[in-house]
Write a protein that binds this ligand. Structure first.
Ligand code: NBP
Length: 464
């Protein structure tokens, strides 16, 4: 008898996904380019219905048809290479799923190429890292709906569950699943940056210590901000270095890495003409962080404000409110980007369902997503989350503290670009009047770009 599901690529993600699939009662075949990872997995999978194969021929041969093959190889060339090697071996009607963080345009191309040849292709975003892959990730499948339906039982079984519902739903055609995963990661960048700015403000302005931070974040996690990222942040502040006894967080170099999905989100928001300043700023801050040597030099040369206005612990509530309001703006931006992509690519994205599957398994899982879900349930054509009652009221109610926190940071010279950009987004978005009348005049002055008037119809040009 043949195996039901095949997994190719047995690094962190593929290995854990294969174990997860086997635990849900499916028989699994695995293959990895280098044999060592296969051997390691087989040792771990003893007693499970999981077999190892050592050539793609053997792998393909071991699977029942139509074959269900999940690729978890490195995004980029490795995916193309794996597809190329599989093509002579598989049959029409087989399903190939790419579960890595592929660039959505690559997925659109691969879908077209494979579907033309009669194969099914699913570009699927999987979030949750190692633990998610093993215990239940959030899954964002894109491709032909018909092909998804064939793999749906496996994917929903292995996904995270919230209120007994799977964190996996069909997203849309071709690149839709990978696009949504990319925006998820962009939002994740912003969430993390916002939390880090809240930390920096409280560190500098109030002078909180790691144990105090632990208490503050633990408390925050009981309220509106309840989320995986706030929870792990609270936890991080408890860890002490066994050698020095110091808090580990204070010993970690302030240089952040990245793998590119946040950058793509920023690039595509520019391409699609959707403002996502808070998300993009979070990417820029990682770049700035990596200019460590330059920053150290600049810190000796460039002046900041002299005095720091210290605040009492009560100020943490203002920071919490500023964080929540900023978070709302960054989600408004991310969901705005998905809304526009849905229009431009004809994906018909169900934004409420997307918020729903983000509630479990993935890094941005949070209570707050319930509000996004119900906002789109009430009105699936909602143009901006900020306009929905719940968000509008919260941001309206918290804005004075939000402004106060940003003012404090600015006057103390503490860099809080994500807080500030979220606030600037809010203020620009709610502005009936922007200064672009002057900008249009400038454009017309130097480039005869013409302008429109508020008092008359038509297109005008002036000899300034
Ligand atoms: P990696 O992204 O580190 O990729 C390693 C795997 O790709 C190994 O199995 C490797 O085989 C295989 N591979 C490479 Br590299 N080039 C290949 C080629 N030309 N042909 C065949 N196989 C090739 O693994 P990962 O961290 O498990 O991530 C897998 C995917 O999931 C990526 O797209 C990643 O972005 C995404 N993702 C990762 C996480 C996470 O937390 N790590 C979370 C969410 C999504 P080898 O063993 O022979 O070198």
């Amino acid at each position: 008898i043949k195996q039901q599901v095949g997994v190719i690529g047995l690094a962190v993600m593929g290995k854990n996904l294969a174990l997860n699939i086997a635990d849900h009662g499916y028989s699994v075949s695995v293959y990895n380019r280098s044999a060592q990872k296969t051997d390691e997995l087989l040792k771990e999978a003893q007693g499970k219905n999981l077999i190892g194969t050592y050539s793609l021929e053997e792998f393909v041969e071991s699977l029942e048809t139509p074959r269900k093959i999940i690729m978890m190889v490195k995004a980029g060339d490795a995916v193309d290479a794996t597809i190329k090697n599989l093509l002579p071996l598989i049959s029409k009607g087989d399903i190939l799923m790419d579960g890595g963080n592929s660039y959505y345009k690559d997925t659109i191309r691969r879908s077209r190429e494979l579907e033309e040849k009669g194969y099914h292709f699913l570009g699927t975003g999987i979030s949750g890292g190692e633990e998610g892959a093993r215990r239940g990730p959030a899954i964002m499948p894109g491709g032909e709906e018909e092909a998804y339906r064939m793999l749906e039982p496996v994917l929903t079984d292995i996904s995270a569950k919230v209120d007994n519902e799977p964190c996996c739903t069909y997203i849309g055609k071709n690149g839709a699943g990978h696009f949504v995963k990319m925006v998820h990661n962009g939002i994740e960048y912003a969430d993390m940056q916002l939390i880090c700015e809240a930390y920096l403000i409280m560190k500098k302005v109030i002078g909180l210590t790691p144990p105090e931070f632990h208490e503050v974040f633990k408390e925050w996690n009981k309220g509106e901000l309840n989320s995986y990222l706030i929870d792990i942040t609270a936890d991080i502040f408890t860890k002490q270095d066994p050698n020095t006894g110091q808090y580990l967080v204070d010993l970690i170099l302030d240089v952040a890495g990245q793998k590119g999905t946040g950058k793509w989100t920023g690039q595509i928001s520019l391409d699609l003409g959707v403002p996502t300043p808070t998300i993009t700023t979070a990417v820029y801050e990682r770049y700035l962080s990596s200019m460590k040597e330059e920053r150290v030099n600049a810190s000796k040369v460039l002046k900041g404000p002299e005095n720091l206005d210290k605040k009492s612990k009560d100020f943490t509530e203002a920071v919490r409110r500023a964080l929540y309001a900023s978070k709302i703006c960054s989600y408004a931006q991310g969901f705005g980007l998905m809304r526009e992509a849905s229009e431009q690519f004809g994906w018909d994205l169900k934004l409420g369902d997307i918020a729903k599957i983000f509630r479990g398994g993935c890094i941005i899982r949070a209570q707050f997503l319930n509000h996004i879900m119900s906002a789109y349930d009430k009105n699936h054509k909602l143009v901006n989350l900020l306009l929905e009652d719940y968000f509008k009221d919260i941001v309206g109610q918290y804005q004075m503290e939000w402004r106060e926190v940003v003012k404090q940071a600015i006057s103390a010279g503490i860099p809080t670009p994500a807080f500030s950009s979220a606030l600037a987004y809010y203020d620009s978005y709610r502005s009936k009047e922007l200064p672009m009348n002057l900008l249009q005049a400038q454009r017309d002055y130097f480039g005869a770009h013409t302008y429109q008037r508020i008092d008359m119809d038509g297109i005008y040009h002036t000899k300034w």
